[in-house]
Design a protein around this ligand. Structure first.
Ligand code: GTP
Ligand code: MG
Length: 370
């Protein structure tokens, strides 16, 4: 879209609609909350509110909105979000399970039943890490195409007995395109047929030069089965996270990304959301993609109900009016009318886009036949 409503712009900046209307008025633009303004005007307003704008493309307002940033002084350190990626059966889930077992405090051990594909662990050093177990490459790609980032670090799992495979290559290109640092976990090192050197040389062909090969990408030999190397892997992650100096503003209306969502028979639509900015609270009204709702309950990765979730925390969100898609962005709004309006605006825009695409195809077909 080349335009955005005043209400949505206000929502994305976490500013009051009335204040945005006033700012526009002071610039000589009369617009009510439901009226649309173009990308250039939006950018001016955003800057006026002290937010920084990095524009990805000229025309697309979504790009402008997606890049509204918090003020530096409002930012506080947040845990890193690590995505485990790699080829089928190379041990992604096993590795994550092993990390959780070595990291969770004894009281929690054995109590891991929930599987939402996103977990927080606290290391022995007390560092909190958020892990995503390959949130379907779809979510990753979809987030990236919108200019948003779900992950801070990619752990690329490569089985030492199998080396680099098609999905390994895919994961490398995902990480590179998203400009996310990578750590290579050479897994299944316990196997007699393990050949970590082959993994390292294979990776060279894809321009991944690990430290062992005098490159800069950290590589760690691990075994999800025996637990070998897990501490070193966590250290590598901690080191990388430290370099990134990750921060977010916890004191604002929440924004997050849908990792996965489904229609649950008993609970209705449920979305696993990774909170990225602000704090999501029970009772919050939100819009997520083309859906909206009010947070009825928040459930953490241990299956416990929680009252709120801050930056980098994955939670299940209940209280949606429909099922969103992986990669959809969740924004807390001030009123339900606003949430509904934005959701409907998006649904309408998406429908028009589909119709336009459909019309174009028909026209193409007609021209081809003529
Ligand atoms: P998908 O989710 O299907 O892509 O697989 P995955 O990458 O999550 O692999 P998963 O953790 O399911 O492991 C695949 C198989 O490898 C399982 O049978 C594991 O028991 C085995 N496995 C995983 N890690 C190790 C390891 O370090 N050593 C050995 N010997 N086997 C392992
Ligand atoms: Mg798995």
């Amino acid at each position: 879209p080349e335009a955005i409503t005043v209400a949505e712009l206000a929502n994305r900046m976490a500013e009051r609609v009335a204040d945005v209307v006033k700012a526009l008025m002071q610039s000589g633009i009369m617009a009510t909350q439901n009226q649309s303004i173009d990308a250039d005007t939006a950018e001016l307003v955003i800057e006026e509110f002290g937010h920084r704008v990095t524009r990805v493309s000229d025309a697309d307002v979504e790009d402008v909105i997606a890049s509204v940033e918090d003020k530096e002084e409002d930012l506080l350190p947040r845990p890193p979000v690590i995505t485990i990626m790699g080829h089928v059966d190379h041990g992604k889930t096993s590795l994550l399970d092993a990390i959780r077992q070595t990291s969770v405090t004894s009281g929690e051990a054995g109590g891991i039943t929930q599987h939402i594909g996103a977990y927080q662990v606290t290391t022995k050093d007390g560092q909190v890490l958020s892990f995503l177990d390959t949130p379907g490459h779809a979510a990753f790609t979809s987030m990236r195409s919108r200019g948003a980032q779900v992950t801070d670090i990619v752990v690329l799992v490569v089985a030492a007995d199998d080396a680099v495979m098609p999905q390994t290559v895919e994961a490398i290109s995902h990480a590179k395109a998203a400009n996310v640092p990578m750590i290579v976990a050479i897994n299944k090192i316990d196997k007699p047929s393990a050949n970590p050197t082959k993994v390292r040389t294979d990776l060279l062909q894809h321009e991944v030069i690990v430290e062992e090969m005098s490159g800069e990408v950290q590589d760690v030999e691990v075994s999800a089965q025996t637990g070998q190397g897990l501490d070193q892997l966590l250290e590598a992650i901690a080191l990388q996270a430290e370099i990134l100096e990750l921060k977010a503003n916890p004191n604002r209306a929440a924004e997050g990304a849908v990792i996965e969502a489904q229609l649950d028979v008993g609970r209705g639509p449920v979305a696993t959301v990774l909170v990225q900015k602000g704090t999501l609270k029970q009772g919050d009204i939100f819009v997520v993609g083309e859906q909206y709702g009010k947070v009825r309950a928040l459930i953490n990765d241990k299956g416990e109900r929680v009252k709120e979730a801050g930056p980098s925390v994955p939670v299940e969100v209940l209280g949606l009016n429909g099922t969103p898609e992986a990669g959809d962005v969740l924004n807390v709004t001030s009123t339900e009318a606003q949430a509904r309006e934005i959701a409907e605006y998006r649904a309408h825009a998406a429908k028009e886009k589909r119709a336009a695409a459909g019309a174009a195809t028909t026209l193409d077909q007609l021209l081809q036949k003529a």
